[in-house]
Design a protein around this ligand. Sequence first.
Ligand code: ATP
Length: 924
Amino acid sequence: MRSPAQTPSTRETTGADVAAASAEDVASAYALEHQEVLRRLEVDPEQGLSSEAAAASLEQHGPNRLPDPAQDHPFIRFIKHFNDVLIYVLIGAAGLTALLQHWADTIVILLVVVINAVVGFLQEGRAERALEGIRNMLSPSADVRREGSWATVDAELVVPGDIVRLRTGDKVPADVRLIDTAELAIEESALTGESVPSEKTTETSEQGAPLGDRTSMAFSGTMLTSGTATGVVVGTGENTEIGRINTMMSEVETLETPLTRQIARFGKMLSLGVLVLTLLLVSLGWGLHGTPIAELLQAAAGFAVAAIPEGLPALITITLALGVQTMARRNAITRKLSAVQTLGSVTTICSDKTGTLTKNEMTAERLVLADETFEVSGTGYIPEGEVTLDGQRVTLEHSGLRRFVEIMSLTNDTELIRNEAGSWTIAGEPTEGALKSLAGKLAFDDDAASRLATLPFSSENKLMATTAALPEGETFVLVKGAPDRLLARSSTQLTAQGQTAALDAEAWNEHIDALSADGLRVLAAACRPAQAQDRESLRMESLGEELIFVGVVGIVDPPRQEAIDAIKVCHDAGIQVKMITGDHAGTATAIALQMGIDNGQGAISGAELEATDDEELRTLAQRHHVFARTSPEHKLRLVRALQAEGEVVAMTGDGVNDAPALRRADVGVAMGLKGTEVTKDAAEVVLADDNFTTIEAAVEEGRRIYDNLRKALVFLLPTNGAQATVVLFAVAFGWTLPLTPLQVLWVNMVTGVTLAFAFAFEPAEDGIMRRRPRDPDAGIVETRHVVQIAVVSLLIAAVTIIVFRWRIDAGDDLEVARTLATTVLVVCQVFYLFSVKSLEKFSLRPSVLFKNKLAWLMVAALTLLQVGFIYLPWLHTIFDTAVLDPFYLLITLSSGVLVLVLTELLKLALYAGRASNPHTAPRR
Ligand code: ATP
C-alpha cells in the first residue's frame, strides 16, 4: 500500500525549469509511475518547490481557483425587485390614479416603486458583499512543502509541482498524483456521483481509465474520509477534473431564509387583505355617503399605498446580513443565514473539550513507567526542562524512558518550530507537540530512526502506530494512544530493567486514575517487535493483542478562564452545557468540575452509552453533563436523544465523523482551526478561534439579531397600520382625507428609508442572556406583539385624526391641516421608535436611548426631510403642503410625547409579568 517516495533527480529546481515543465506533460499522471511524474515536473518530493519556482508556476498557470458561478446581470437583479405582490398592488394603485388622470399621484407612486427597488437592490448588494466577505474567511488552505519544509498556504496559491500533504477530513486542493498513502480513502461523489469512498494507493491505472478507477489520483474538491497521503500537484484551477466539468464546489449561499420566506408569505396575505379592504372601502364610501367615485378611487389608491410596508423585505435581509457580519467579527462565521434564527433558541450546547473548553496548550507533566514516577519541568512547547526521578535528573540512559520517548516521538506527525521571535510553536497537533517537547527536553534524536509504515490516529481507534527501524538495528511497531485501548491490546509490560513481565493492568489503571483525577490528559505507549508485513503497512487488525505496555504520560491542558465565564452566562440564559469528549472519564470529570459543567451526576462513558437503548439514552442525556471516551457516532445518538426531549441542540465537532451529528443538530458548530473541511461543510456556524466563548457570543448575537428583526416589524407595521386606519376611517365616515395619497407615500418613504434601518444596528438589550431561550415554534411576532401593533396603529391614527379635525373645525386651510397631520404621523413614529428600542421593558433609560448612535442620525435625517417638507416651496407644489407656524410644531411634539407615554403604559400592561421576571432559574 505504501511506497516510499524516491528522489527523482538531484538537479536544482529553478523558476525557469518549472516554467518549462508543462501541465500537459502530466495530463495522464494516473497512468505514469509517480517517480516519472515527479521527474517531468522536476521536483524533489523531500524539498518541494523553491519559492521562485512556485512563483514562476503561479505566473504560468494562474491561481488555483474556479471561475465564479454565473450571476444574473445587475439589471436583471434590479428588475427582480419589482416581482413582489406588494409592488404589484402599488403598480395597480398607480394605474388607478392614471385612470383618474391624477398624474402627480401616478408619478409619485411609480417613483416610490422605483426608489423601493433601488433601495432593495443596494441593500441586497450590501448584504451579499457582507456574506461574500464571510465566505472568504472560510477559504480553504493546503499544506505544501516548499524549500524543504511544510507550510500552510491559501489553496489558491497551490501550483503544479507542489508537494502537498493530505489528512483525513481535508478537501483536496488540486488534482494530485499520490506518491505516498496510508489507509487512504477519498469520497469523490462531487465528480463521480459515487458516495462510497474509494480506496486510494499509489499504483498506476491504465491509460484512459474512467475517473473512478484512477486510484493513484486525488481530485480537487473531493474529501479524504480516512488516512493520510502526500502527493504532487498535477493540475490546478480550471485545469482540474472539477474545473473541466465546471461545477462550483462551494455551496452558494442565498439570501433566502425561513424567516424571509415567512415574511414573503405574510406580504402576500397582507396584499390580499389590502385588496379586500380596498373594495370594502369603496363600497362603503359609495353606499353610505355617495362619495363621488373618482374621489373614492383616489382614496383607495391612498389606502393601498398606506397599508403596504414596501421596505419590509429589504429591511429583513439587511438586518440579517449585517447581523451575520457582526457575528463574524466576534469569530462566529455563519454559513447559513437561517442559523441566526435557530441560534437564538438554542437550549443545549454540546461542546468538545480539548481546545474548545481547554486552552489546547499541552505540556507533559508526569510520566509513569513500571512503578517509577517521573516529573517533567518546563511550560509550553519549549523543549527546555528536566525529567527527574525522586528529584534526580534522568537521561536517555534509562532504557525504559528511552523506549517511551522513542514511541512518543516517532509515532508523531507534529514538528516543533522556533519562530523568528524565538518562541516555540508547533506545526501539527498540541498533544503530539507536548510529546515532541518532552523528547526535546531529553535531547532525543528523531532522525536516527526511520518510519516504514503508519497507521494514522483516528477518533474511533484512539491510537496511532508506526513501524520504525530503530538505530540499534531492530524494527519495532510503536503505538501511542488512549491508555485503556493500549492496555486492552497488551499482554506484557516493560520493567525498569528493560525486560518484559506480565501485565499488571490493575496497577496501571490506578496510575491512570490518579493522573486523570488531577485533570491530566493521559496517553500511553506500547510496542512490539515488527513482523515482515508490518514493514509494508499497518492496520488495526494487524496490531494484535500482544503489545508490551511501556508507560503513561499525564499532560496538562488548562481550562480556558473565559470559557468558565461563558458557561456561567449560558446557565443564566437557561442553556445547558454538556461536555462530549474522546478523553478519559476521570480527566473529563476533573475538568468539568473546574469549569462548572458537572452537576454532580458524573460522567457517562461511550461504552455505557452503547449499552443503553434509545429510550434510556433520553434520560441519561438529560441527566448527565459529561460524556467521556465517546466516538463521533455517540454524538449523533446524543443529539437525537436530546432533541427527542425537546431540546434545541448546538453541537460542536472537528473530525470527519462528526459531520452527521453536526448536520442533525439544530445548529452544527465546526472548529475553524482544528476542524476538517468536511466538518465545516456540514456546519451552520464555524468558530474562527475554536473557542467555546464564541458559541456563547454567537447565541447572544443570534438573540440580538432576532430581537431587532422583531423590533423592526413591531415598529414598521404600525406606520402602515396607522395610515391605513386614517384613510379607512375618513372614508367610512365620509370625512375629508387627513392625508392625500401622496402625503401618505411621503410618510411611508421617509420613515421606511430612515427609521426602520436603525434597528439593524441596535445593540443587545441588557439582560438578553438572562432570558430563557426563545420558543422555536413561536412566530417572530407573537400574539402580544400583534396586540401592540394593532393598539399603536389605532393610537397614532386617533391622534392624527383628532389633530386634523380640530384644526379643520378651527377654520385652518386644508393644506395647513394636512401638513400638520402628516407631520404628526411622522413625529409620532419617531417617538414610537424609542419605545420599541426596548420592546418589552421601560424605554426611557440612558442605556436604551443613547446606545445606538445610528438611531439618532436617522432621526436627524428624518427631521431634515420633514423640515424640507414643511418649508420648501417646491415640495409644497408637489405635495400640496403649507408652512406651519411654531405653535403647530409644539402640537406635533406634544402628540409624539403623548404616543410615547401611552405606548410605554401599553408595554407595562402587555409585558409586565415578563418584564418583572425575565430571570428564570438557571438550568443546571
Ligand atoms: P475532544 O473530543 O474533547 O476534542 P479529545 O481530543 O480527547 O477530546 P480525541 O481527539 O478523539 O478526543 O482523542 C481521544 C483520545 O485519543 C485521547 O483522549 C487520547 O487518549 C488519544 N489521542 C488523542 N490524540 C492522539 C494522538 N495524536 N495520537 C494517539 N492518541 C491520541
